[in-house]
Design a protein around this ligand. Sequence first.
Ligand code: NDP
Length: 255
Amino acid sequence: MENLFDLRGRVALVTGGNGGIGLGMARGLARAGAGVVVAARNAEKSRAAVEELRSLGADALAIGVDVTDEPSVSAMVGEAAAWRGRIDILVNNAGINIRKPAHDLSLDEWRRVLDTNLTGAFLCSRAVHPHMKAAGAGKIVNIGSMLSIFGAAFGPVYGASKGGIVQLTKSLAVTWAADNIQVNAVLPGWVDTDLTRRGREEIPGLDAKVLAGTPAGRWGRIDDFAGIAVFLAGAASDFLTGTAIPLDGGYSSLL
Ligand code: NDP
């Protein structure tokens, strides 16, 4: 029987794959046999991530990209497609946060977060679509958040961007189902990364709140995201599309 979790011969493009959750997913995809393109702005971090993936035995490549910039996204997808002649999997993981209540948020800050988290996912998805359509198959994994579900005083624009990710996921899923492209979202709970390390500095009491609110009793680790990346990237999820799956140690289930 076919191994539903075998990604050998496939190519995955992971935006923000040079650290945090993106790197956790990239490691999972690499271990399952996929070639991985790490796409982000910081060339030094991307080089180190690629070196690590190669040390796992994977085929890996770094490409510089700013997901907010349309020409940069087209160039990235062109280069990624030319690398091994295919793009089978896109993980839209690049993201930022500016934690401020709405009354303190400037228009420029609002736009910066939406451009990265939501418009970036749109631009990358639109750019890979012709490659996946021509190949007759594809997988897109979008990264949402607990703020796709909940509201927070410090997260008006982040929440708007991550709520938007869920609806973008559904629209792309129904539009591209006929092209045999499955599009799903993962909604991480609280995960220990650079992003939340900054959050812990900016939001007093966050650490205790996360531990109390997460039934698993711990912060997520980036390697907690390896398995779902493999599942959503491979044959195991071929009839799953348009979903938003919390991966949160139970955070969103606790009253
Ligand atoms: P990190 O800050 O570690 O990772 C963010 C990644 O995005 C970096 O690799 C960064 O690389 C990349 N990135 C940011 N802006 C751009 C851009 N304009 N173009 C290309 N790449 C960009 O944080 P996390 O791993 O925590 O975040 C990853 C995703 O997970 C984000 O979408 C975040 O919103 C989401 N998330 C995280 C949670 C958590 O608890 N940590 C919870 C819920 C969701 P570089 O700087 O090199 O460009």
